[in-house]
Design a protein around this ligand. Sequence first.
Ligand SMILES: [Zn+2]
Length: 152
Amino acid sequence: MIYQGAARHPVTAIVIHCAATRPAWMDDRPFAEQVAEIRRWHVTDNKWRDIGYHWLIGRGGEIRPGRAETEVGAGVAGYNSGVIHICLIGGHGSSGSDTFSAHFTAAQDVSLRQLIQGISMRTRITRISGHNEHAAKACPGFHIPTWLRQAA
Ligand SMILES: [Zn+2]
C-alpha cells in the first residue's frame, strides 16, 4: 500500500485531471519545463506548498512525477486524502462528455493506462474517477467510466 501524510491515509483512489491547456501549449519546450510551469501556477499563483498533482502526462505520452505519492495532493476540494491525482496536458475548451481522443493523444491514452496499472500494483485502488464526477467542472474533459470500458 501507499500511505499519505503524517496521518498515513491509505491510497485507494485515483482522480484524473487535465491542465486545460491548448494543444500546442509550450510545445517547443521540454516536458520538464511544462511541469515546472504548472508547479509555478500552483505554488506562486495558488500559494500551495507544491504542485497539486502526483503525476503528469505530456502530449507525447511522457510521464513525470509532481508531488510525491506519499504526500496528500491538491486536486479536488474535499477529496484528496488517500487519492493520487494525475494530470493530462491539454484539454482546453473540453466538456465532460467529450471523447478522450477529441482532446488528448493516443500516446497519452497508452501512458495513462500504464500509469494507472502501475499505481494499482503498488496500492489497492478501489475507485478511478474524473474531477468532473466530484465537482461541476469539465475536467478532465471526458467521461472516465466510459473511457475505462474502452481498450487503448
Ligand atoms: Zn481537475
